[in-house]
Every structure is written in C-alpha cells, then in structure tokens.
Design a protein around this ligand. Structure first.
Ligand SMILES: Cc1ncc(COP(=O)(O)O)c(C=O)c1O
Length: 331
C-alpha cells in the first residue's frame, strides 16, 4: 500500500524526548467548578515527558543558549532547583551530551533526588537555612561557589533568565490561545520564578488585552511582600523576589497555606480524577477563593504544573500532612 505525503507528515516521529515537550492537553474542570456561570480550564502541564511544565523552561533556556553559543556540546550546566527544573535539565542534558550539577535542599522530595541521580545529574545538597528561613539564598551562594570551582560552567539562573518566561510565551501561552473555546477573563497560576504566569499572560493579552492575572503564592513566601515563614510544599513560593518578576502585570495575589494546597489536591483527585502536585492544589483553592468576587459568567484558565506521583511521601501522606502548621499556628 502506498503512503501519501500527507500521511507521512502525520506519521513524523519525534527525534528525541526533547521534541515531545509541550502540546499538553487542556481540560474543563466541570465537576469542581461547573456551576453559577463559571468555566475553569486547566492545562495539564504534568503531561510533559519529564513530568512538569519546567520541561518547557529547560528546553527553551538550553536550546537558545546552544544556538547563541553560551552553551556548547560538553558544557557543564548548574542550576538551583527544588526538583522539577532540575529533572527537566537533567533529561535534556542527557540528550545533548551536557554535564549537569543540580543544587537542591532538604525539601526536595526523595523521589525527585533519585530521578535526578538516575538521569545522571550530580546532586549538591545544601542544608543550612537562609536568613528568610528558606534555602534559596543558600542554594544560590552554593551555585556561585560551584561556578568558581568549575571553569566554563554555566548557570541557567531561572529566576533572572528572560528565556524562562519566553518559554511559556512561545509554548504554554500560545497553546492556550489555540485551545481555549473563547476569551478567558482570568489567568490563575502558582508562582515561584513567575516565568509561567508572565509568559502566558503576555501571550494571552496580545489576543485578549483585558485579561486579569492572578498569582497564587504560598503563606511564608516573600515574592509579593509576604512575611517570611515556614513553607513545606516544594515548587511554589520563594524566599526572594525573582529578577524577572514584573509586579505591575499582576492584578491580584491570593495566598494559600500548605494545608489549603493539600486540601485542593485531594479535592482535585476526588472530583476530577486528576492526580497532581502541591501547586495544582493551591491553584484549586485559590480559584475557590476568587470566584465569589468575579462578575459572572466568567472563564478562568490555569495550569497544573506537575504530577502527584512525586508527592506520595508529602501531600498524599497523612503523617506528613499532620505535621503541617494548623491555621492558628501559621502567623
Ligand atoms: C510544581 C511547581 N508549581 C509551580 C511553580 C511555579 O512556576 P514559576 O517558576 O514559573 O513561577 C513551580 C516552579 O518551580 C513548580 O515546580
């Protein structure tokens, strides 16, 4: 049987796992938010091959740096990551023959540490808390030490790298404009570097300038001027203000506690059958808090950044949840 040219195009098989990043599905969350003229659409970023939306950030930062010569075959990459970006970089580094050292802290989930090592990354653990009670500053100080120790090594620096938000502008945000059934009123996203929220917002606003953007931050994070404090869920929040943050492009910030994020994860699983990570639960809780203040009808779009599997020892473990501060202890 002869195969038509059109058929051949359809059959094009990706060259590597890196080419499988992106084109994630979008689903409507009818069971959690079906009523009262509210439509909520979530982009399932956990369906990226490395398990999170950070595959996009890593791919864009690395491929653009290979193009402009900042990174060459054999280069040694360094990054500070709570896990997701680290795993994404490790996966891509394998494909492109790059070395990679990932600076992590004790909050990185045990599963993520094992995955990083299996992907061939060198894992460098910092254990000393910084002046804000988190580990970010200590991790960054360690990155700078390693840069001095390994001549020619390259720090991707997701908190300051413009290619971080650009990855979402060209990828996630563009796909959202193609997948949404009509004009979105609100974009809601959990924030750490702010790259995903800003990249998507910038792309969506080109088509729908009136879009409202809502950042979801965790109690204890200092990104939007919050009081520094204990935070246990990896991925969300930060103990410093990211260089790429553009505060004036964000209309509202909603704070969610670790416990509320856990509750959101359990509701998402029970009502929608979606097994997602801590920041997805935080987003679910934030949308619940936001809905009463929105004019109806309204259409909300959001992201579920990573899968639940890697949180089995955390969010989905009752003993771990039990040790989280209760509401009255949070302040
Ligand atoms: C699970 C998870 N959710 C949310 C975020 C926040 O994304 P961004 O850094 O684009 O603000 C991250 C970032 O590491 C993450 O790993």
């Amino acid at each position: 049987m002869s195969v038509s040219a059109e058929d051949m195009l359809r059959r094009t098989v990706p060259d590597s796992v890196v080419d499988c990043v992106g084109n994630t599905p979008m689903v409507r969350l009818n069971r959690l938010f079906g009523a009262d003229g509210v439509e909520v659409y979530a982009k399932l970023e956990y369906m990226n091959p490395g398990g999170s939306m950070k595959d996009r950030t890593a791919r864009h930062m690395i491929l653009e740096s290979l193009k402009d010569g900042t990174i060459r075959p054999g280069s040694h990459l360094i990054e500070s990551s709570s896990g997701n970006l680290g795993i994404a970089i490790a996966m891509i580094a394998r494909v492109y023959g790059l070395k990679f050292t990932c600076v992590i802290d004790p909050k990185t989930s045990p599963a993520n540490v094992r995955i990083l090592k299996k992907l061939g990354a060198s894992v460098d653990l910092v254990t000393k808390k910084d002046e804000h009670g988190g580990y970010l500053h200590t991790r960054i100080r360690r990155v700078k030490e390693i840069l001095r120790e390994i001549p020619g090594s390259v720090w991707l620096n997701q908190y300051a790298n413009e290619r971080n938000w650009q990855a979402h502008y060209h990828g996630t945000g563009r796909e959202m404009t193609e997948q949404l059934p009509g004009k979105p009123d609100v974009l809601v996203a959990a924030v750490s570097t702010s790259g995903s929220l800003l990249g998507c917002a910038r792309r969506l606003r080109e088509t729908w300038p009136g879009l409202k953007t809502v950042a979801v931050d965790v109690v204890g994070s200092v990104i939007f001027g919050g009081k520094p404090g204990r935070r246990e869920i990896p991925g969300m929040g930060a103990s410093r203000v990211p260089e790429i943050l553009s505060r004036e492009e964000i209309d509202e910030v909603i704070y969610v506690s670790d416990r509320e994020a856990v509750q959101g994860c359990h509701d998402l699983l029970a009502r929608e059958g979606i097994f997602a990570g801590g920041s997805s639960g935080a987003v679910v809780t934030a949308i619940r808090k936001l809905i009463p203040s929105l004019p109806k009808p309204c259409r909300i779009v959001t992201l579920f950044p990573d899968r639940g599997d890697r949180y089995l020892d955390l969010v989905y473990n009752d003993d771990w949840v039990e040790q989280l501060p209760k509401r009255e202890e949070e302040k």
